[in-house]
Design a protein around this ligand. Structure first.
Ligand SMILES: [Zn+2]
Length: 185
């Protein structure tokens, strides 16, 4: 999408923030020009299109995202507001890529991360459907990733300040593999 700088006409600008209005159709972006460094706001009303596996293209529908996630959340302590917020995050994530059309798989992918932060059980359910888990091994791998905190929420980690004799690194790498590293100190 070209959105050139109104100050210096440079064609390449960077999106620094994206907000969607409640109607779900207009997007307000803060952009920054890498040449002159000025910032400006654009309001776009483009519709986000989704290309399905079948090849059909349809407008992005946040309500569908929410209803898909709601199924995975059954019986979990998650309320409607949290679902709505998740739907909004997903849409913002997708729209912030600045593309007019995305693949339907991208939606599933965009749901995973915020859902993981919301509820790990719902995340596993959703991932098992979305990623076609075939058996326990797939669940195990997903659980291992959860435990490993891969890209996990930023823990306020008050380390690196004379933490005494217990340097608590966050790498829980206890892999039951065949990697027997001889620990020569
Ligand atoms: Zn500029």
């Amino acid at each position: 999408m070209d959105m050139h700088c109104p100050f210096c006409q440079n064609e390449d600008t960077k999106v620094v923030d994206t907000r969607i209005n409640d109607d779900g159709h207009s997007i307000r972006r803060r952009r920054e020009c890498p040449v002159c460094g000025k910032r400006f706001t654009t309001v776009e009303t483009t519709m986000l299109l989704v290309k399905k596996r079948s090849g059909n293209v349809e407008p992005f529908d946040r309500a569908k995202v929410i209803s898909g996630v709601r199924k995975a959340c059954q019986g979990r302590p998650i309320d409607e507001d949290e679902l709505k917020l998740l739907g909004q995050k997903v849409e913002e994530d997708l729209r912030s890529r600045g593309l007019a059309q995305i693949k339907s798989e991208e939606i599933g992918k965009a749901i995973l991360e915020p859902l993981r932060e919301l509820d790990e059980v719902a995340y596993l359910r959703f991932a098992s459907v979305y990623q076609n888990f075939e058996g326990l091994a797939d669940f195990q791998a997903a659980i291992d990733r959860l435990k490993g905190g891969e890209g996990g929420p930023d823990v306020a980690n008050p380390s690196s300040r004379g933490a005494g004799d217990t340097p608590q690194t966050q790498t829980g790498n206890t892999q039951t593999g065949n990697a027997q590293t001889g620990n020569s100190v």
